[in-house]
Design a protein around this ligand. Structure first.
Ligand code: NAP
Length: 319
């Protein structure tokens, strides 16, 4: 089969499309014929060697969607021919075939395309974990999705709206803000405009927000602490460096800063999140947005694009 291979960590162009042997499923494993692979920022950190040791060569990619090719002994949750999405892969999803633990392979609702299925894994589990596991989101509360135009942000806007929260979403481009509005945000703010925090305080009548889902904490965390209502919490989802905060800002509102790493959740916990989301996915209440589709060979360009400003939903690669 064809697969993207990385022989040594480095810049995007270390990713090359090569011929590699087809994976075979062992007990409890599934091989999926990938029709679309989701590109996540974490793929770029791993590619660059910024995410700890990886043994080379390897194929990147955690997310994807396709059709079950074969199953190993003891697998009964999916069968060959089933349409599925993948949230985690042993062999990597930037490939024609991906070997996965059966617990990371989930039925893809009929109404979703393979490209949309590839947008589910990391983004939807992260948004779900952030809102409902870490932030205890509840109807009537206000959430600021700080970085709402990308993979995680769009998922969070859709879920929070469904759950009856008031949603404020931010984006840095006109196109991104338009998308965030279309996905259900009640209010949309430009996070690149100086003084945008005043607009958020005005939108909440001076009260502040109950929850912030933060995609770029190293830029925003100090300001976030001043935007929280009493007992508010910031969930740190994305951060690309250090920042100085005034700890007194947490005392003033009895507020909390909570970190989240979706990769630390167990297979069973993640499978549970997807099981709970499935009715909303099947009914169209949660609908992944695919902004860009590229060929697998264009993985280097996709990695550059996912780290660039102007996010618009999900970037996917098709073999
Ligand atoms: P993405 O699709 O590339 O989207 C990035 C988002 O960050 C866009 O909405 C972008 O908005 C926004 N952003 C850029 N500058 C910002 C600023 N100054 N303030 C607020 N937001 C800003 O990435 P993603 O998949 O949604 O992931 C978002 C971040 O979370 C990444 O850093 C990723 O590594 C991290 N993440 C962490 C976990 C975890 O387990 N902790 C899981 C998934 C993702 P514009 O482009 O419109 O400016």
């Amino acid at each position: 089969m064809k697969a993207i291979r990385i022989h040594a960590p480095g810049a995007p162009d270390v990713m090359k499309l090569e011929d590699v042997p087809d994976p075979q499923p062992g007990a409890g494993q599934v091989v999926v014929r990938i029709k679309a692979a989701g590109v996540n920022p974490v793929d770029t950190y791993i590619r660059a060697g910024a995410y700890g040791q990886v043994s080379c060569p390897f194929t990147p990619g955690m997310d994807g969607a396709g059709v079950v090719e074969s199953v190993g002994e003891g697998v009964d949750r999916v069968r060959p021919g089933d349409r599925v999405f993948v949230a985690g892969s042993i062999s990597g999803t930037y490939a024609e075939l991906a070997l996965c633990s059966a617990k990371r392979v989930h039925p893809l609702p009929e109404n979703l395309s393979f490209a949309q299925g590839a947008a589910l894994g990391v983004p939807y589990s992260t948004a779900y974990a952030a809102l409902f596991d870490r932030a205890w989101a509840a109807m009537g509360q206000t959430v600021l999705v700080h970085g709402a135009s990308g993979g995680v942000g769009i998922a969070a806007v859709q879920m929070a709206r469904q759950a009856g929260l008031t949603v404020i979403g931010t984006a840095g481009s006109d196109r991104g803000r338009q998308l965030v509005q279309e996905q259900g945000a009640h209010h949309v703010v430009d996070h690149s405009r100086p003084g945008y925090e005043e607009e958020i305080m005005r939108l909440t009548g001076g009260r502040g927000v109950d929850i912030i889902l933060e995609m770029l904490a190293n830029v925003n965390l100090a300001r976030d602490l001043k935007l929280l209502a009493r007992r508010g919490r910031v969930i740190v989802i994305g951060s690309r460096g250090e920042i100085t905060i005034d700890p007194r800002d947490t005392m003033r509102q009895d507020s909390s800063i909570i970190g989240l790493l979706v990769l630390s959740y167990t297979e069973d916990e993640l499978a549970d999140f997807f099981r709970l989301m499935t009715p909303a996915l099947a009914s169209g209440n949660l609908t992944p947005v695919v902004g860009v589709v590229m060929h697998l060979a264009e993985a280097p360009t996709a990695h550059e694009q996912v780290m660039a400003p102007g996010a618009y939903g999900k970037i996917v690669l098709e073999p």
